[in-house]
Design a protein around this ligand. Structure first.
Ligand code: NAP
Length: 285
């Protein structure tokens, strides 16, 4: 149990992240009585939300990134980078920075941070607004083979010995290291660090990509399978549209269930929830 008020509770907390230290002193909490909001980010929607909240005078938003890429897209306003140290570390951060609301706008496949946020917020009684992008829905034009995880995706493509476009970011590329038959075009923002499949080429690029660019890429590399996470949203959908047009099968890794709490699906709805909490905070002060 994390305790906001008692000193004993505070002593039990571990893993305070040093990257947060500057924020407290720079802002001067006592001179700044506005509601402090932590946005757990890593998505375009999170960036948009943080930039919009940075314009407001009635709250102060801190945007948090895991630090997965060395030059992330940063929104306007305050940004901190790096893990908190599990549930306890996140709880300690919320107490230390006097955070009164958390917005989870993390990637649909980032399940651990969402779970940590639910536990830390529940333990401290901090309101949590959880955003989840709806997953893409298969249309009549799509040829999808849905799988539950990357291991199943690896088994499916390796048995087919095709030319595979692996477009899942760099973190889970190592799950394909045991593939010896399929050839992989691995596209990521930065070089994958783990073991790689025998047959591959790496393409270091950062999106967004237009439909024409995706069509060109699939043709240039004679791709006959695509592996994608079902991340939803518009930012990476052009590769799915390109696959529809070229009739290329997509091995689609299903969207995990990552929230136990109620979620909202648009940035506008997140702002409605925030406004409700800001209003409640004002009337109870
Ligand atoms: P995760 O498994 O949910 O989180 C792992 C740990 O990373 C968390 O426990 C936390 O460390 C830290 N973390 C994650 N998001 C954070 C944030 N916004 N601020 C501070 N710390 C954060 O997430 P993941 O390992 O980053 O990624 C899992 C999947 O999501 C992958 O498929 C990845 O490609 C996809 N994804 C993630 C991001 C991203 O920005 N994280 C962006 C796009 C896609 P502590 O426990 O130490 O607090």
């Amino acid at each position: 149990m994390i305790n906001r008020g008692s000193k004993d509770g505070m002593r039990n907390l571990t893993g305070v992240n040093p990257t947060s230290d500057g924020i407290e002193s720079a802002l001067g909490r006592s001179q700044n009585p506005v509601l402090r909001v932590l946005i757990l980010g890593g998505t375009g929607e999170g960036n948009e939300l943080a930039s919009r909240l940075a314009q407001r005078m009635d709250l102060l938003a801190i945007y948090s990134l895991a630090g997965r890429v060395s030059a992330p897209k940063r929104p306007e306003g305050i940004v901190r980078v790096g893990g908190f140290g599990g549930v306890d570390g996140l709880g300690a951060y919320l107490v230390k920075e006097d955070i009164r609301m958390v917005v989870d706008s993390t990637h649909p496949f980032a399940t651990r941070i969402s779970r940590n946020a639910e536990l830390a917020c529940a333990s401290l009684g901090v309101p949590l607004v959880a955003f989840t992008r709806p997953p893409w829905v298969q249309t009549k034009k799509d040829i999808w083979h849905e799988v539950v995880d990357f291991e199943e995706a690896a088994r499916v493509v390796d048995s087919k010995k095709g030319r595979v476009f692996l477009s899942i970011g760099r973190q889970e590329v190592d799950r394909f290291a045991a593939c010896h038959n399929a050839w992989f075009l691995i596209r990521a923002i930065e070089e994958p660090t783990g073991p790689l499949p025998d047959l591959h080429e790496i393409l270091l690029r950062r999106g967004p990509y237009s439909l024409d660019e995706e069509l060109q890429l699939l043709r240039d590399y004679s791709i006959n399978y695509i592996i994608s996470k079902n991340s939803g949203g518009a930012a990476t959908y052009s590769k799915i549209q390109a696959a529809q047009l070229l009739k290329i099968p997509v091995i689609m890794v299903k969207h995990p269930v990552k929230h136990l709490v109620r979620t909202v699906e648009t940035v506008e709805d997140v702002i409605v929830e925030i406004d409700r909490l800001v209003h409640r905070n004002r009337t109870t002060r």
